[in-house]
Design a protein around this ligand. Structure first.
Ligand code: GLY
Length: 368
C-alpha cells in the first residue's frame, strides 16, 4: 500500500493520510477503526455509485459491528445543491445518528463535495472519510478539505473547509469507469503536470495510450503522482490564502463553461477547455513561454478531451459567470497561470494569480 501524508501546518492535528492500494475497498472494516473509529457510519453516495458499490461497501463497513446507513441522492453536478445537502442531513437526523457517527463520502467529485459539506455541518461537524470512485475524485476532489454546493449564482459558492480523517483510494474501482469519466479525470492530471512537474507532463504526453487503455502501471503512476502533487500543495496552504490558488489553473474559464452549459459539460472537460484558453492568455500576457498552450492542447486532444469552448457558449455569459468566481478581487478577474510546462506563475511576494483585464479575456475567448 502507498501512503501519502498531508501534513497540515495550521491545524497539525487535522493532518491525514491518503491510502492507495488495489482492493483496499474490501478492507474497510479494518481500515476504518484505525483511521476513523465511530459508533455509526453514514455512507453517502449517488444513485449511480450507490447501485454499483453501496450495498457491498455497507457490508464491509458493518463487518466492524457498527450501525451503517446508506444514503443516496440522484447523480450529477446539477444535484450538488442546497436541497441535496438538506435532504441528506434530514435522512441522517431521521436515522438518529449522533455526534459519534462519521460520514463516508463514496463516489466522484459531486459526492466528495456535497458529502463533505454534510459532514462539515451535521451537528456542527462530524468526521469525514473520503472514498473516491472516479479518477477525478481520487486525484483531486477527495483531497484538500474544500466541501460545498453550487448555487444559482455560481459553482461552489457555499461551503466549508472540512479535512477528511483519511482518503481511501482503490485504483481497482477505475476498472468500471467510462472513457468519458476517465478523460475528465485526466484533465486534472494534465493540470498537475503543467503547474508542477514537467517530467510528469512528458509522461502523460508519451504514455497517453497506455493510460487511456487503463494499463495498471500507467494508471497507478497517474494516481500516485497526481496525489503527491495535490497533497503537497494543499499541505502548504490549507485554506487557499496563497499558493494553493495555482490548482485553479483552467478553473476560472472552466467553471464558467461548466456553469453556462448548465452542467452538461463535465467538470474535467470544462477544465481542459479552460486550460487551453488560460494558457493562451498567459502567452499573450508574456507570462508563459511560447508553445506552452500548444503542448497542453495537444496532450488534452490525445486524451480525448475537448479544447475549444462550445459554439453555443456566449462570451457575455462566460464573463458574467467569471465575475461570480471566488477569485474575483476588487472587481478584477484573477487567473492562475503556468509560466512554463511544469511551473506555475507566482510567488509569495508577488501573489499566485494574475489580474487580467476583461477586454483581454474577451479577446482570448475568440475561437481560433
Ligand atoms: N475538495 C477538494 C479540494 O479541497 O481541493
Amino acid at each position: 500500500m502507498v501512503t501519502i501524508r498531508v501534513p497540515l501546518v495550521e491545524q497539525r492535528d487535522a493532518s491525514y493520510d491518503i491510502l492507495i492500494a488495489p482492493g483496499l475497498i474490501q478492507q474497510l472494516d479494518k481500515v476504518l477503526p484505525q483511521y476513523c473509529p465511530a459508533a455509526a457510519y453514514a455512507v453517502i453516495s449517488d444513485s449511480h455509485v450507490g447501485k454499483l458499490y453501496g450495498e457491498s461497501i455497507a457490508k464491509h463497513v458493518s463487518g466492524g459491528g457498527c450501525q451503517v446507513e446508506l444514503i443516496t441522492f440522484p447523480a450529477g453536478e446539477s444535484n450538488k445543491t442546497r436541497d441535496t445537502w438538506a435532504a441528506l442531513s434530514d435522512r441522517m437526523l431521521a436515522a438518529h445518528l449522533g455526534r459519534d457517527c462519521a460520514v463516508i463520502a463514496l463516489g466522484g467529485g459531486v459526492v466528495n463535495d456535497v458529502g463533505g459539506f454534510v459532514a462539515a455541518t451535521y451537528l456542527r461537524g462530524v468526521p469525514l472519510v473520503q472514498v473516491p470512485t472516479t479518477l477525478l475524485a481520487m486525484i483531486d476532489s477527495s483531497i484538500g478539505g474544500k466541501t460545498g454546493v453550487d448555487v444559482p449564482a455560481g459553482k461552489n459558492l457555499l461551503g466549508a473547509f472540512h479535512q477528511p480523517r483519511v482518503v481511501i483510494a482503490d485504483p481497482e474501482l477505475l476498472g468500471s469507469l467510462s472513457s468519458v469519466q476517465l478523460a475528465a479525470g485526466l484533465a486534472e492530471a494534465v493540470k498537475h503536470g503543467a503547474i508542477a512537474d514537467a517530467e510528469y507532463f512528458a509522461f502523460l504526453e508519451n504514455e497517453y495510450a497506455a493510460i487511456f487503455a487503463k494499463h495498471a502501471p500507467a494508471l497507478e503512476r497517474v494516481v500516485r503522482r497526481s496525489v503527491e502533487i495535490k497533497a503537497a500543495v494543499v499541505a502548504q496552504d490549507e485554506r487557499e490564502k496563497g499558493k494553493r490558488a495555482i490548482l485553479n489553473f483552467g478553473h476560472t474559464v472552466g467553471h464558467a463553461i461548466e456553469a453556462t452549459s448548465k452542467y452538461e459539460i463535465l467538470h474535467g472537460e470544462a477544465v481542459a477547455i479552460g486550460m487551453v484558453y488560460e494558457s493562451r492568455l498567459a502567452e499573450t500576457l508574456g507570462i508563459a513561454a511560447t508553445g506552452t498552450s500548444q503542448r497542453i492542447s495537444a496532450v488534452l486532444e490525445r486524451l480525448h478531451l475537448p479544447v475549444e469552448r462550445p459554439d453555443a457558449s456566449d462570451v457575455d455569459d462566460l464573463i458574467a459567470a467569471m465575475r461570480a468566481d471566488k477569485k474575483v478581487r476588487a472587481g478584477e478577474i484573477h487567473l492562475a497561470l503556468p509560466s512554463a510546462i511544469g511551473r506555475a506563475y507566482g510567488s509569495d511576494g508577488q501573489g499566485w494569480t494574475v489580474p487580467v483585464a476583461e477586454a483581454t479575456i474577451r479577446q482570448g475567448l475568440v475561437n481560433t
